[in-house]
Write a protein that binds this ligand. Structure first.
Ligand code: NAP
Length: 243
């Protein structure tokens, strides 16, 4: 039994650790960050070359099953994996961590809509946490941005008036609250990533009375088998192995 584990998340690393060395798991990372947190066991890094490249790779490597534990906003790789596995008849599971409850957040469908919402509400000091690929939509918005990302965004995508905060979670409630207050933030923009590692910013925003603009998740491809926890994914892989 050989499993391709599409990763780049804490859940994917936890799943690799839970299955290794009992089951042969090859973790796959996109190669976006120069110093990725590596899972245990074998790792391949870089894109497959689209749907055709992934299909050929799965055939060449004689993979028996695919677990997609990528980030909920990594919609392209998730669509590719669903399409290729369906075509090859390979068992395929999506591990999708539960979304956050949006609470009082202003829900929007895209980064562009989030930027329009910031402009329409006249927010002046925005904590932008949509990641290095999520800054372009805000480039021309007339506001000051505190931009938090793991690696620096392309300078061409940055709003003129900003401060960059390079860091990797997890984050604590106290630190998030202190950050909102120190920088006198008047709006938080976030994706609905879900998960405990970056959730404290939402509670801090609630305490500080800072409005939240939340980008809703892209839907999963139709018909995929999905679970919400690493434990369920472990059970699924073991059942596939046994079967
Ligand atoms: P994406 O838009 O869905 O994928 C774009 C392309 O990147 C894919 O077509 C594929 O290239 C390659 N790719 C993505 N994930 C890959 C993986 N795990 N292994 C091999 N190739 C992969 O993905 P994204 O949103 O840029 O995210 C890239 C990675 O960062 C993902 O692994 C994801 O788990 C992680 N991540 C994303 C976010 C986020 O907010 N999007 C946040 C945290 C971590 P080919 O077409 O050449 O195969």
């Amino acid at each position: 039994m050989k499993v391709l584990l599409l990763g780049g998340t804490g859940e994917a690393r936890a799943l690799a650790a839970a299955l290794h060395p009992e089951i042969e798991v090859i973790s796959s990372l996109a190669g976006r960050v120069p110093d990725p947190a590596l899972p245990v066991g074998p790792v391949r890094i870089g894109g497959f070359g689209g749907v055709d490249g992934m299909r050929q790779w799965l055939i060449d490597e004689r993979v028996d099953a695919v677990v997609d534990a990528t980030h909920p906003f990594a919609a392209t790789i998730t669509a590719h994996a669903a399409q290729v596995c369906a075509a090859l008849g390979l068992p395929h599971l999506v591990l999708a961590r539960p979304a956050w409850s949006p609470g009082d957040a202003i829900l929007v469908g895209s980064d562009t809509e989030a930027a329009e919402t910031v402009a329409a509400n006249g927010y002046a000091r925005v904590f932008l946490t949509t990641g290095r690929s999520g800054t372009r939509a805000f480039k021309d918005v007339d506001a000051w941005f505190l931009i938090r990302a793991v690696t620096p965004p392309d300078p061409d995508t940055l709003p003129v008036d900003h401060q960059l905060l390079l860091s990797r979670g997890p984050y604590e409630y106290d630190g998030e609250l202190a950050l909102l207050r120190e920088y006198r933030v008047d709006a938080l923009v976030t994706k609905n990533s879900g998960g405990a590692m970056t959730e404290p910013k939402l509670r801090a925003a609630e305490t500080a009375g800072v409005p939240v603009v939340m980008v809703d998740r892209p839907p999963l491809p139709a018909g995929v088998c999905a679970v919400a926890t690493v434990e369920e994914a472990v059970d699924w892989v073991r059942a596939e192995t046994a079967g």
